[in-house]
Design a protein. Sequence first.
Length: 336
Amino acid sequence: MTAKKRSTPSPESGVTMEHLAAIAGVSTITVSRALRNSPLVTVDTREKIRKIAEEQGYRFNVSARNLRLGRSHSVAVVVEMTPANDRPMSDPYPLELLGGITQELTTAGYSVVLTSMQLIDTPPVQGADGMILLGQGSHGEAVHRLQRSGLPLVIWGAPDANQPGIVVGSDNRKGGASVAERFIQQGRRKLLFIGDIDHAEVQERCAGFMEALGEQQHAVTILRPKAFTFEAGFDCMSAYLDKKDKSFDAVFAASDLLAMGAIRAITENNLAVPGQVSVIGYDDTPGAASFIPALTSVHQYLRDGGILLAKKILGLINEEPVESEVLQTMLVVRQT
């Protein structure tokens, strides 16, 4: 007769999951799920089993569990942007996305390995069960690099026919269109767009903006700073004002920081915002509301996006059908 296979005991106590299951009156798999905080087990049952495990001196052996399953139960979250003093990781993007991701993954019993593009070849990243990429990079370079790993991958960004994969992102085209509609309502005629359209999301924002303008497309000038910072917005706007006439009357910036920098340059050139020049940003960060004058901006639901990213990567890891998804945007009108 073949002996019944028993669960690995906790090295500190000799107590197994089967012992805990017998005491709790549940199955061994329920104990396993409860100890890794799986949402498949009710909160009350999880608390009951954890209390019993603590009383019995049991310590869940995560490493042994992962070895048996052939999984690390971790997801690498790769931030495409390079952190800098003028654009720190503590900004709402990517912090709000990370909050939603972490909430969803830890609830499912997964740990989060947070890293940047510079460290994607390290063992913790390569040993993850899947990857989430925040930002596609110029010409999708970041996507191409991560796809070479062969790991399941979900991307925050904009759909790209040249980059097959699962993408979660905002409706950037509609967001851009809402800005154009606002300028049309205000009677603005000579318009500037500030943003690096080599990035798929920015390209979509610009495309939606241009399409909604219709006959006014010929009146749009595109400025292409390579960064998304206050300084980049200030510098490119200042350079434009130094070389060109000052007859433009509206600016759509691809991020709030770019918009704020542009406003500083505009006002330093003795143009009034919004009297002479209307300015609209993108992201609707907390700083937009406190900026003087308060910045009109396109709101992205970043925390919801983070939760969706986590759900998609868990689906891919578990070999479930997963599709790309687009979140709505909303124009928040303030003083600019």
